[in-house]
Design a protein around this ligand. Sequence first.
Ligand code: NAD
Length: 487
Amino acid sequence: MTLAFDPATLTLPCAHYIGGAYVSATEEMTVTSPSTGMAVGAVPMADADTVDRAVQAARDALATSGWAGCAPRDRLKALHKWADLIEAEASTLAGLEVICSSRPYAHALTGDVAVTAEQIRFCAEFADKEAGALAPTSDSSFGYIDDAPYGVIGAITPWNFPISMAGWKLGPALAAGNAVVLKPSEMTPYSTLYMAELAVRAGIPAGLINVVIGDGPTTGNAITGHGGIDKVSFTGSTRAGAAIMENIARTGIKPMTLELGGKSPMVVFADADLDLAVDCLDRGITPNAGQFCVAGSRIIVAREIADELAARLAERFAKYRPMDTFAADPGFCPIISDRQLQRIDSIVKAGAQQGGEILCGGAHFDHPGSFYQPTLIAGVDAANPAVTEEIFGPVATFQTFETEEEAMQLAVHPTYGLCAGLFTRDLSRALRLSRKLEAGTVWINRYGRSRDHILPTGGWKASGLGKDLGREAYHANRRTKSVLIDL
Ligand code: NAD
């Protein structure tokens, strides 16, 4: 195997990043490479005192740096410099991403890092272009809607795309004039720590980005319940989102944005371009081994084309081979942990026991590390756990329909509403049905996000509250104030 980079060249700190400096702490949790199963480092766990120190550093930085009140163009320029430095340091950042996550080096380098730099620049541009508004009041008064940053944003991110998720939170929060205390997943801490270091090297005032490492129950809870955090911005599972809502309700109401789980359908009509559909169905569930929130994990197909589509997909799935994420040639990605691997397998087995027919996959790859075969399960009804549960692995259910109404009944999930895909050559039908789908995003004759950062992302129902990306993400980091003057 040819290595894309030498992991031995990386420095892996056992530290938080607070007030512009690494703060070393006791090793409390092991960080593991999912593609080898080997420990690569250890990280500390921020307790309530450490979180408090990070919040104080953020408040001090806001008070002394003038970040919120400076000419917005200065924020814009600083963020552009940070994006330049992220690009200049792309190989180190990609290495830090890959060493403990499921991302292959080539994808992290040319995808995650490059797109994050682009997305930070996109957010920066709002700083001096978005404004409040005049209110159409009567002649006897003058009203306007002013807006201001929240102050300190408490951000929490998942392990599946650590650099991208940090960019989604930090870009708009900083452009909008806030400071941030960010907790990445304890499984994938290193790239986020380095992004914070690069921000300071780019001239963003120290203390505006603070990264604390730790798990959800200890560090996450301390952030969401802290009185000095003005807003919470979370991306992760629906289960953790519910726990955060509960903690916020208990410790003091504050606004929150929640980007949560999904169980998204990809619906293929008989008139679809089948070559395109096969490509998209494949791309909808196999990248990052299905560990992405918008995964198209429920394939719903017109009966007359079902056999052909199932056979073509199963043939493609059978060709994937696992590959160490450090390798120069990307292969099928690993599952983030053994625990997650067992969870995937147990839902697949339960799905099969409750009537599902495994068309392909359904087992671990025979390979070191945590790899699961891309899996298709047919013959499942709406109550089957493979249909109801977000599996977060390379597993899609395969259901068939006779009529458009039946397709929509299957497509609308009782719990989740993150995304949906429609494949048909009939544009009227596509537009009509896109209105019926209960989802925050609908893709027609494609599946997956583009680099159009202007399109906000966020779920309906239990898939979330509020938006990331787009103009909406900038405004989600500012709060409005209505001002009325009697003339
Ligand atoms: P997770 O919910 O287990 O963890 C996410 C983050 O929350 C981690 O940093 C974790 O330490 C922290 N956390 C866990 N419990 C917490 C608590 N009670 N209080 C505060 N913080 C807590 O999710 P994961 O396994 O890391 O990521 C996978 C999940 O994330 C999937 O459900 C996926 O759909 C979702 N996700 C959603 C989006 C989106 O944009 N909607 C994007 C990526 C991932």
